[in-house]
Write a protein that binds this ligand. Structure first.
Ligand SMILES: *Cc1c(COP(=O)(O)O)cnc(C)c1O
Length: 405
């Protein structure tokens, strides 16, 4: 007799999962294309010629998506946060000064990770809803003399876009420090020229901009950053996240740990679809869809949380009208419209994702209608037809100007 008996009340998954799945229009995970889902169902040997061919292609396609010729692109078994931690633990030497540009939840996480490896972390706090100003960064560089700077391109938590990333990366590079950029929600949805802009480590997760599954992430180190990685003589406290060990699998066809085979096959397909679409067309689709959605939301009588100058297109933040309860709104949208969006980690907002398949016109209409109709049911004053019409004409204008089907 086992001391713990087998549970008798487990419900099979097919009875838990809804027959009619919710449309995931939140801040991630995002819906995955069929080819990604199919690849995710396959397990092959993690070593050997088939896997080697897959890995070669994943690296080649990643070079395009990250816009770099670097030969130091690694996959990570883990969430976007594991890739963030991989950048931090490999580049930050205990005792280093790190300048963390803090716009919100995820940029603070990078600072916290640097704290944990024993860095002297100086936080440059940016006013909520604003992007980092290169002049302030310059002053902080001169004041703190950091070895490493961390920045989030798109702060998913409060929907702020650090649009001055190219200027900031240039300053950091002139100053002689390394810059780590979190592009989890932005990569492949908007320009990020890793090599041209001189970014030393770019991080992304699977389940946001790339439209793959959660659990396999990518990181691209610059040549300069890689020199730093290999010249270190201290032993990292992190074994799984040691980039030199990961290099054995990603560049030497040898064993590090058993790679998350299915997730790598899934990300292969996600990257392949991005390459087939082309970055130019993909950026344009994301911008066109997000701006049209924003137009529709405003025409309904709602307010966007961030001013256009610092507004992120990959995740749209909507200020909640007084007396509207965020969780209740989300419940209603899921229950009545089978559309899921996200709440927030602080500000009184809800967030609609515009990453991958979320930036498709049919999904925009479903999300906008679900939002407006549910707000109305909760007593907000909403011009639902006005919003839908404004989004329609905005999309139409773009289509006319670009000859999009
Ligand atoms: C989601 C997100 C992360 C964390 O990714 P996880 O996969 O949840 O660990 C980090 N940074 C940004 C900007 C994100 O949007």
């Amino acid at each position: 007799m086992n001391s713990v008996s087998a549970p008798q009340d487990i419900i099979p998954l097919n009875q838990i999962l809804p027959e009619d799945p919710l449309l995931m229009m939140g801040a991630g995970p995002v819906p995955i294309p069929a080819a990604v889902a199919a690849a995710n169902a396959i397990v092959i040997n993690h070593l050997g010629p088939t896997m080697n061919q897959v890995i070669e292609q994943v690296k080649t396609m990643s070079g395009y998506v990250f816009q770099t010729n670097s030969q130091h692109i690694l996959g990570v078994a883990g969430p976007g946060s594991a890739a963030m931690e991989m950048a931090i633990v490999n580049l930050v030497v205990p005792g280093n000064t790190v300048l963390s540009i803090c716009n919100g939840f995820f940029s603070n996480r990078l600072a916290e990770m640097a704290d944990r490896v024993g860095a002297d972390v100086q936080r440059l706090h940016i006013e909520d809803g604003k992007c980092a100003d290169p002049d302030d960064v310059k002053k902080a560089l001169l004041k703190y003399k950091p070895a490493i700077v961390t920045l989030v391109q798109g702060e998913t938590s409060n929907t702020v876009f650090n649009r001055h990333l190219p200027a900031i990366a240039k300053l950091v590079s002139e100053y002689g420090a390394l810059i780590i950029v979190d592009a989890v929600c932005t990569l492949s949805t908007m320009p990020l020229e890793s090599e041209k802009w001189g970014v030393d480590a770019v991080i992304t997760g699977g389940q946001k901009g790339l439209a793959s599954i959660p659990g396999v992430s990518l990181i691209a180190f610059s040549d300069k950053a890689w020199q730093h990685v290999i010249q270190r003589t201290d032993i990292l406290h992190h074994w799984c996240l040691d980039a030199k060990l990961a290099d054995q699998f990603w560049y030497q066809k040898a064993y590090h740990y058993t790679a998350p085979v299915s997730g790598i096959l899934a990300i292969h397909e996600a990257l392949r679809l991005i390459c087939a679409e082309s970055l130019e067309k993909r950026f344009d689709r994301h911008q066109r869809c997000s701006l049209s959605l924003q137009t529709g939301i405003e025409a309904m009588g709602l307010k966007l949380y961030v001013e256009p100058d610092s507004r992120l297109n990959s995740v749209v933040g909507i200020a909640l009208p007084d007396h509207i309860d965020g969780p209740e709104l989300l419940r209603l949208m899921s229950k009545r419209h089978r559309v899921e969006i996200s709440g927030s980690f602080g500000p009184r907002i809800v967030r609609i994702g515009q990453m991958g398949e979320q930036s498709r016109t049919h999904n925009l209409f479903r999300a906008l209608h679900a939002l407006g109709s549910s707000m109305q049911s909760l007593g907000a004053s909403i011009d639902l037809p006005g919003g839908v019409a404004a989004m329609e004409s905005s999309l139409h204008e773009y289509e006319k100007s670009r000859g999009v089907e």
